[in-house]
Design a protein around this ligand. Sequence first.
Ligand SMILES: Nc1ncnc2c1ncn2[C@@H]1O[C@H](COP(=O)(O)OP(=O)(O)OP(=O)(O)O)[C@@H](O)[C@H]1O
Length: 222
Amino acid sequence: MELEHVSKRCGDIQVIENVSVAVPEGHIIGLVGENGVGKTTLLKLLAGILHPDEGSIRMDSGKISYLLREQDLYPWMKVKDTVCYYTDFYPDFRLEQAISLLEEAGIELHRKVKKLSDGNKQRLCLILAVCRQVPYYLLDEPVKSTDPNFKKDFKKYLLRNLPEKATVILATHLLKDLETLFDTVMVMGNRRIKMIEAEQIRENYNISVGEYCAREMNAMNA
Ligand SMILES: Nc1ncnc2c1ncn2[C@@H]1O[C@H](COP(=O)(O)OP(=O)(O)OP(=O)(O)O)[C@@H](O)[C@H]1O
């Protein structure tokens, strides 16, 4: 998965400009940056939902699982039908695993999606995303509405449920909760992306990943 000299405008805003990045395979990558900096836009470009104005993106959208937002779910459907819909649509969807994760989350199969709490709608979206068996997962703020315990255990949850060599790009503002999850971080700011491995941050700067990201975000937007 690779971006070469990619530029993208949204409305009258130049979100990214001439960005080239090769996504490291098998890494869990934290995508961070201030509100409105372009994290969702980048994930949509990678998923093939948006197209670059200039440059090219090398990826195979059939191999990508993209996390739905709660409002993308059909509210009138039952949880069971939502899962069956996914099973019909994606041959790589692991139904048994989804049923087991729904049970673990206490989400009943016969409940209508619109009757779920916001946090459980997000858990359902997450279950739909992680139960696809693909090499790439694009997760935009996957734990925003979930409870503190789930956020705390999210690293274990991902490692337990994704294929061993999966590549994950995860956009978040929750650096305190998630920083230990990342092998690499991409910091976005001022139309650019800076990528660095977590190990390199600890060795070269002797600060936490979260502290590094906060520092870089300030520097990029100064
Ligand atoms: N459909 C659109 N039309 C016009 N401008 C848009 C559209 N979608 C996004 N933008 C603008 O593009 C920029 C990047 O938005 P994006 O949602 O990618 O940011 P983000 O980093 O994900 O933000 P947040 O952290 O707040 O979720 C923002 O300035 C936003 O206002």
